[in-house]
Design a binder for this molecule. Structure first.
Ligand SMILES: Cc1cc2nc3c(=O)[nH]c(=O)nc-3n(C[C@H](O)[C@H](O)[C@H](O)COP(=O)(O)OP(=O)(O)OC[C@H]3O[C@@H](n4cnc5c(N)ncnc54)[C@H](O)[C@@H]3O)c2cc1C
Length: 283
């Protein structure tokens, strides 16, 4: 599967990506389905008849998943859910949600529930406008939402284990995607460099030389700073409402306009060859 996923991103086929990407990954956690849950949730998910989403992150809780605030209180044969989830992929399109809520506050017991779209008390909140475009990231709201005890996925108070299993599988899936995408970038860049002519030669035949050292240094520094600032904001940094999102996009062009980084290096190398290193390099 990992090799397949690498190849999918290398090829760039969007449909295969959709099947083996986020939606396909969800079936992993649904393997915990038991009894009637298998026919209602697992099988339709495997047949791609039903789409689900994985709802763990909350406005106040991201990396620190054990501290989620969504609560589920048992009342006879139902659990009553209250809380809010955000940044949830496929939230607007999911037929059912795989959602995590605290069931034992003292011992930090977290339980996983399967909640159908249309269940009273469960609604879609806002859609997050984000760097990736589209409208697939959304908020989910649970207000006195009554979920049958039969919709507990796995065991009560042991939901976090399920979540961690899914996250582990997800990381492997993403690693395969990223390797495939990096290969695709390399291939595209190589193909272009072998056919693009500038100054009478293929750009692939040029090595690095220098032009504006300051421009080269500051543009690359800006991209590193924007990348780090986005990372420090976590998911919020990816959202349109956060100023970093716009800075990050604009910063990317700085390594291309007014002479690309490669052209700057080319000219720098030439000057080093002709004049020797400037004093500032020796300091
Ligand atoms: C495109 C996208 C899709 C998503 N899809 C889903 C989804 O389907 N379901 C879902 O539940 N969630 C989803 N998320 C949410 C995602 O899982 C969270 O954004 C992620 O867990 C980080 O949480 P946060 O954004 O709250 O950042 P925070 O946890 O607030 O982190 C902010 C920064 O602090 C750093 N930090 C936090 N704690 C520590 C520490 N102990 N040590 C060092 N550094 C630390 C982080 O690394 C980060 O740089 C999605 C997010 C994005 C961007």
């Amino acid at each position: 599967m990992t090799l397949l996923r690498e190849e999918i991103r290398r090829s760039g086929y969007e449909l295969a990506d959709a099947i083996f990407g986020e939606a396909g990954a969800m079936s992993h956690i649904l393997l915990a389905c038991e009894g009637e849950q298998k026919e209602k949730y697992l099988c339709p998910a495997l047949r791609a008849e039903k789409l689900s989403c994985f709802a763990l992150t909350e406005p106040n809780v991201g990396s620190d998943a054990r501290s989620i605030e969504t609560r589920a209180v048992q009342d006879g044969d139902v659990f009553i859910l209250n809380g809010r989830k955000h940044f949830i992929s496929n939230a607007p399109y999911a037929d059912f949600v795989i959602v995590f809520a605290v069931t034992d506050k003292v011992n930090r017991g977290i339980t996983c529930f399967l909640v159908d779209k249309g269940t009273p008390g469960f609604s879609l909140g806002g859609i997050h406008k984000n760097m990736g475009g589209g409208d697939r990231l959304g908020e989910l709201i649970f207000e006195d939402c009554r979920v049958p005890a039969g919709n507990v996925l796995g065991k009560v108070d042991e939901g976090l284990l399920l979540a961690l299993k899914r996250v582990g599988e997800g990381r492997l899936r993403l690693a395969a995607f990223f390797i495939g995408m990096a290969d695709k970038c390399l291939q595209l860049a190589l193909d272009y460099a072998k056919q693009r002519v500038q100054f009478g030669k293929l750009i692939a035949q040029y090595q690095i030389r220098e032009s504006g050292m300051v421009k080269l240094h500051s543009s690359e520094m800006l991209c590193r700073a924007a990348d780090k600032a986005l990372q420090i904001h976590g998911g919020m940094g990816y959202m349109k409402e956060c100023p970093i999102e716009g800075i990050y996009r604009k910063a990317r062009a700085s390594r291309i306009g007014e002479g690309t980084s490669e052209i700057q290096r080319l000219q720098l190398a030439r000057r080093l060859l002709n004049d020797g290193p400037p004093n500032s390099f020796l300091e």
